[in-house]
Write a protein that binds this ligand. Structure first.
Ligand code: FRU
Length: 521
């Protein structure tokens, strides 16, 4: 059997071996979910960036495929690395890249050129230049050719930003039905700007607008994506979401990378964030996830708006290269279904884990209810290390001082190792505490507590959905308006769980724990 090494994720995607970062080129095509990813075929730290590839029929079970785009000149004379991008099915063959009636899949990616060179297209690039290029597949995504006769199709950033040519990356492309055009968003990372382009054929691009800087600008802007979501499930009202990665400069209490988003409108050329979504003086931001390990979130093309799915990289540039896993490094977070709901009068991004639960839930289910859990702890015994937990309980009115309720997971029998997930009734925040979560020694910022704002539901109930895998915890609070994702590296024996209630008793507690099976068996 494989995928049984210490810390190996059991129901999250990780490559069999070597380094992985951003999800890229996410495309649903012919009933298959394609997941490409930044990959080092030659090592367990970042380098030789190539596009690795995995496919899934259900977003739960993944099959690793041959490398889609191998760093040019690998292993010892790299002249082009394939950085993050996106992919579409060019159904109408607007690119003309389809032959013999085959639908071309077209990927836009960032060419990162380590050395000055003249390319087959005759274009010259400088050392460390980043430009945007095309690759295409005529066999439904299995093998890819770079479009060498014209690459890079976007050679330089637009005027007056040409001097940003070393920090110009991560093209996100999609079809805009209303204007019948391809739209592309690219990042000018150092100056916190996104450039929006349009095209009729995926090859020739015109600049139509720019966006930013707004809100969080503590580090470079990377990995933008832009997509529509129906509001409150309606057929008529649609809003657009712009997601931007930031490294460093993530959410409060985190160190390193994080992901922010804007809600607004898009007319085919310009994205305008809603007034109440831009904060004065870059004072705050909308965080897609309030934990330390959710970055470079990318969106699927090829799905209906109401079925939007996004996948994040479950790691952080602060310590990503030294997490204690072998022979792979990094996993993807659980895929998320994204929607928009009006909560407390505000249009809010709502995220729910998207897995084929029926296929990974075992018969092992543990459900209990308590009229009241007294102050202290309530032992739940040995519950395992791959869990889907649903926990709900009453809000405490007038809470003051330390006033918390939650669940401890992945604890050793002596409880010296443990990960705490709970709700702080006074601060009105859900929290995740990994200070005692096993190996926290490899980075001095790792042993920390993270908080996400969460109001109880209108009827005064706090709801938490907590996904535990061998080396991660993901928390979805409320309807999914607050999420917290963190890696943990506990002992293999850390299978125990318990409830904790501090500052008083907690009423109407409902707990359900499902044991999840491995997707790799
Ligand atoms: C984000 C990122 C991207 C870049 C890729 C390189 O994590 O830095 O901006 O394209 O990783 O691997």
């Amino acid at each position: 059997a494989t995928y049984i090494e210490p810390y190996r994720p059991q129901y999250h995607f990780s490559p069999a071996q070597n380094w992985m970062n951003d999800p890229t080129g996410l495309l649903y095509h012919n009933e298959l979910y394609h997941l490409f990813f930044q990959y080092n075929p030659g090592g367990i730290v970042w380098g030789n960036m190539s596009w690795g590839h995995a496919t899934s029929k259900d977003l739960s079970h993944w099959e690793e495929q041959p490398i889609a785009l191998l760093a040019r000149g690998f292993p010892d004379n790299i002249t082009e690395m394939f950085f993050t991008g996106s992919a579409v099915a060019d159904v109408k063959n607007t690119s003309g890249l389809g032959t013999d009636g085959k639908i071309p899949l077209v990927a836009l990616y960032t060419s990162n050129y380590p050395v000055t060179q003249t390319l087959p297209s005759g274009k010259t690039v400088k050392a460390n230049q980043q430009s945007q290029s095309i690759a295409y597949s005529l066999d439904d995504g299995l093998t890819w050719q770079t479009y060498d006769s014209a690459n890079p199709v976007i050679h330089y950033p637009p005027t007056p930003y040409e001097d940003q040519y070393q920090n110009f990356r991560d093209p996100f492309v999609f079809w805009h039905e209303q204007t019948h055009k391809w739209v592309l968003v690219t990042a000018l990372s150092e100056i916190h700007k996104l450039i929006i382009w349009t095209s009729d054929n995926l090859k020739e691009w015109s600049v139509v607008s720019e966006f930013g800087p707004f809100n969080a600008v503590g580090g470079v802007w990377e990995c933008p994506n832009l997509f529509p979501l129906p509001l409150d499930g309606g057929q008529t009202d649609t809003k657009w979401i712009m997601v931007v990665g930031l490294n460093p400069g993530g959410p409060p209490e985190t160190v390193g990378s994080g992901t922010q988003y804007f809600i607004g409108g898009f007319n085919g050329t310009t994205f305008i964030p809603d007034d109440d979504d831009v904060y004065p003086g870059n004072s705050t931001a909308n965080w897609m996830d309030w934990g330390p390990d959710f970055y470079a979130a990318a969106s699927y093309n090829g799905l209906p708006d109401a079925e939007h799915v996004s996948i994040g990289w479950m790691n952080n540039w602060q310590y990503g290269g030294i997490i204690p896993t072998y022979p792979w490094r990094s996993a993807m977070a659980t895929p998320r279904h994204l929607s928009l709901r009006t909560i407390g009068g505000k249009v809010t991004l709502v995220q729910q884990p998207k897995e084929n639960w029926a296929s990974i839930e075992t018969q092992k289910k543990y459900s209990r209810t308590w009229k009241s859990v007294a102050e202290g702890t309530e032992d739940l015994g040995s519950r395992g290390k791959t869990l889907d937990i649903e926990l709900s309980f009453d809000d405490r009115q007038q809470a003051s001082g330390v006033s918390e309720f939650g669940v401890i997971v992945q604890a050793t029998a002596d409880k010296k190792q443990q990960t705490r997930v709970g709700y702080d009734f006074q601060a009105r925040k859900v929290f995740l505490d990994r200070t005692l979560s096993g190996d926290v020694s490899f980075d001095k910022t790792f042993a920390s507590v993270y908080h996400a704002p969460l109001e109880p539901s209108a009827d005064g109930v706090v709801r938490l959905r907590i996904l535990v895998d061998w080396s991660s915890v993901e928390v979805f609070g409320g309807q999914g308006e607050s999420t917290l994702t963190a890696q943990i590296f506990p002992s293999e024996k850390a299978t125990y769980a318990k409830l904790f209630s501090s500052g008083g008793s907690t009423e109407n507690v409902q707990l359900g724990i499902s044991d999840l099976s491995s997707i790799w068996q």
